[in-house]
Design a protein around this ligand. Structure first.
Ligand SMILES: Nc1ncnc2c1ncn2[C@@H]1O[C@H](COP(=O)(O)OP(=O)(O)OP(=O)(O)O)[C@@H](O)[C@H]1O
Ligand SMILES: [Mg+2]
Length: 499
C-alpha cells in the first residue's frame, strides 16, 4: 500500500532540548494514525514541523512519495496539509464564512464575491454538521463548533493530510462523538489522519495504527490494534508498569471545614449547598456546561454571588473577594489555565512562585530567591516537570508541562481548601497518577480537596464522595461506595429517567 505521509529521520533541536530525535514513520491514505507519549515527548513539535511552523533541524517530510520542504505554513497548506491545534486559530469577531475563506476569498470584478463565499461555506459546513450558520460570529460558537469550522476550512482547501492535536480536551461527550464521525468520514474519503491524544480509550476507538513517543524518540509503532491493550500502551508511554493509576487511599475525615450555603449567581439555576470535611476529597461530575466551573468561581469569589454564603471553619468569607478567600486558605486552580493562569514570557520558576498570596502580602516585593529556587526544584521533581532548567520560559514548555507548572503554583500555597477544576486535562497517564497521589497527601494532611472532572473513571477512582450537576444545579450526591458509572451518568444526563 502507498504511504501517503512519511516522516524520514526527522529531528528538531531547541537550545538545551532535543525535542525530536530521528523520527521515522508512515501514515497511509484512508487511515487514522495515533500519536501517543508523555508530556514533552515531542508530539506537538512534530505537528508543527508538518504544518510548516517549525523547520526540522534534519530529516524530511514526504507527501505522496515526494519530499517536501516547507518554509512556512503557507507552503504546507499548499501541499495539502491541515493541522488543527488545540488553541484554534480562528478570528473570534469575524463570521464563520469569513474565517473559512480567509486568504482564499472568492473575487468577482475585484470585489469579494459574497454569494459564492456563503455558498462554499454552506456546502463545507453541511457535510460536517447542519447546525452551524455561516453568518454566525465565531465568538458565539462552542469549542466543538469552532473545531468543526477548522475542519471545514481543511475541506475547502481540500487537505489530504489532517492532523489533530488533542482535539477533544474541551469537548462534551456529544461533540466528541460528532468529531469521531467526521474523522471516520474523512478517513472514508482517503485522507491521511494523524491523531494526538492522552485519552487511551479514544485512541482505541478511532485509530488504525499507533506510534508511541518518549523523550523525542519512537518507542514503538503498532500496526495491529487487536493485539494492543491499555497496559501495553501505558508501559510503552511511561516506561514502567502502572498497576492502578488511581491507587485510592482511604483516610479518616475530620470536622467540617468548607461550607457553601444557598449560593446563587451566574450560571446556576438553583441555590447550591454543600459541605466538605477535613481530609475529604469531593468530586464534582457533570457534562460540559452543567455549571461546575461557574459554581467553583462563585465559591472562590472570582464571580459575584447573588446570594448565599461560603464559610471556612465557620467563618463567613467576603463575597466576590478573591483576596479574602486566599488569605483564608481557599484557592481555585482554574480550568482554563492557558488563559487565566500562565505568564508565557516569564520563567518556570517565576510562574511557580508568583503566588497570589505573595501579591496580597504586605511585604510581597521582598522576594526570597533561595526559598523560591528550592520550591521550584521541589516541584520540578515532584510533578516531573520536563524543562531544561527552571529559567526556561514557560511558553517553550509542552502543553502538559505548562499545566503542571500552574498546579505547582497552587500547591506552593499555604492552603486549607483547594479547588481543582479539571486538574488532569492534557496531562499524561504517568503524571496523572502522580497528581492523584498528591491529592491524597493533601487530604491526609487535613485539607479539603474539591475537584471537578469530566472524566468519569477519574471521579469514580479518586473521590470519596461525588456531587453531580446538571443544567446549573446540584442534582445528586453519591458516596464512593454507592457510586457506579451508571448511577452517576443517569444523574448527569439531561434526558428523562432522572430522579
Ligand atoms: N519553541 C521551543 N523552544 C524550546 N523548547 C521547546 C520549544 N517547543 C517545544 N520545546 C520543547 O520540546 C519538547 C517537546 O515538546 P512538545 O510540545 O512537542 O511535547 P508534547 O509531546 O506535545 O507534550 P504535551 O503532551 O505536554 O503537549 C519539550 O521538552 C519542550 O519543552
Ligand atoms: Mg503537545
Amino acid at each position: 500500500m502507498q504511504h501517503y505521509l512519511k516522516f524520514q529521520s526527522v529531528s528538531k533541536v531547541f537550545p538545551g532540548v532535543k525535542a525530536l530525535d530521528s523520527i521515522s514513520f508512515e501514515v497511509n491514505a484512508g487511515s487514522v494514525h495515533g500519536l501517543l507519549g508523555e508530556n514533552g515527548a515531542g508530539k506537538s513539535t512534530l505537528l508543527k514541523i508538518l504544518s510548516g511552523a517549525y523547520i526540522p533541524t534534519s530529516g524530511e517530510v514526504e507527501i505522496d512519495g515526494k519530499v517536501r520542504r516547507f518554509h512556512g505554513t503557507k507552503d504546507a497548506i499548499d501541499a495539502g496539509i491541515a493541522v488543527i491545534y488545540q488553541e484554534l486559530n480562528l478570528v473570534p469577531d469575524m463570521t464563520v464564512e469569513e474565517n473559512l475563506l480567509l486568504g482564499h476569498m472568492p473575487l468577482r470584478h475585484g470585489l469579494i464575491d459574497k454569494k459564492t463565499m456563503t455558498q462554499v461555506a454552506r456546502e463545507a459546513l453541511a457535510s460536517l454538521s447542519g447546525e452551524i450558520n455561516p453568518k454566525s460570529r465565531i465568538r458565539t460558537l462552542s469549542i466543538g463548533q469552532r473545531q468543526l469550522v477548522e475542519i471545514a476550512k481543511a475541506l475547502i482547501r481540500d487537505a489530504k493530510v489532517i492532523a489533530f492535536d488533542e482535539p477533544t480536551s474541551s469537548l462534551s461527550d456529544r461533540e466528541v462523538q460528532k468529531l469521531f464521525s467526521v474523522i471516520k468520514d474523512l478517513q472514508g474519503r482517503g485522507r491521511a489522519i494523524l491523531y494526538v491524544s492522552h485519552r487511551l480509550e479514544e485512541v482505541f476507538q478511532i485509530c488504525d495504527s499507533i506510534t508511541v513517543f518518549r523523550d523525542g524518540r519512537i518507542v514503538k509503532s503498532f500496526d495491529d490494534m487487536s493485539a494492543l491493550t491499555n497496559d501495553i500502551l501505558i508501559r510503552n508511554m511511561v516506561g514502567r508498569e502502572i498497576k492502578d493509576i488511581y491507587d485510592y487511599r482511604e483516610r479518616p475525615h475530620g470536622e467540617r471545614l468548607l461550607e457553601v450555603k444557598d449560593l446563587t449567581g451566574p450560571g446556576l439555576t438553583a441555590p447550591a449547598s454543600f459541605e466538605v470535611s477535613k481530609g475529604e476529597i469531593l468530586g464534582f461530575f457533570g457534562l460540559v456546561g452543567a455549571g461546575r466551573t461557574e459554581l467553583m468561581k462563585l465559591v472562590f469569589g472570582a464571580e459575584k454571588p447573588v446570594q448565599g454564603t461560603v464559610s471556612i471553619a465557620g467563618k463567613v468569607m467576603d463575597a466576590s473577594n478573591i483576596g479574602s478567600s486566599i488569605r483564608n486558605g481557599l484557592v481555585l486552580c482554574p480550568e482554563d489555565r492557558k488563559l487565566e493562569g500562565i505568564i508565557p514570557i516569564s520563567s518556570v520558576s517565576d510562574n511557580i512562585n508568583l503566588s497570589v498570596r505573595r501579591l496580597f502580602s504586605r511585604f510581597g516585593f521582598f522576594i526570597n530567591r533561595g526559598k523560591e529556587a528550592a520550591n521550584t526544584d521541589k516541584f520540578i521533581e515532584k510533578l516531573s516537570i520536563k524543562t531544561p532548567s527552571s529559567a526556561q520560559l514557560l511558553m517553550n514548555l509542552s502543553g502538559g508541562n505548562q499545566q503542571k507548572v500552574i498546579l505547582a503554583r497552587w500547591l506552593s500555597e499555604d492552603i486549607r481548601v483547594i479547588i481543582l477544576d479539571e486538574p488532569t486535562r492534557g496531562i499524561d497517564v504517568g503524571t496523572k497518577s502522580e497528581i492523584y497521589q498528591i491529592m491524597y497527601s493533601l487530604a491526609e494532611s487535613g485539607m479539603c480537596v474539591v475537584f471537578v472532572s469530566s472524566e468519569l473513571p477519574e471521579i469514580l477512582g479518586v473521590a470519596d464522595r461525588i456531587l453531580v450537576m446538571r443544567s446549573g444545579k446540584i442534582v445528586g450526591s453519591l458516596s464512593r461506595n454507592e457510586a457506579t458509572e451508571e448511577k452517576v451518568l443517569k444523574l448527569a444526563l439531561p434526558v428523562s429517567g432522572n430522579v
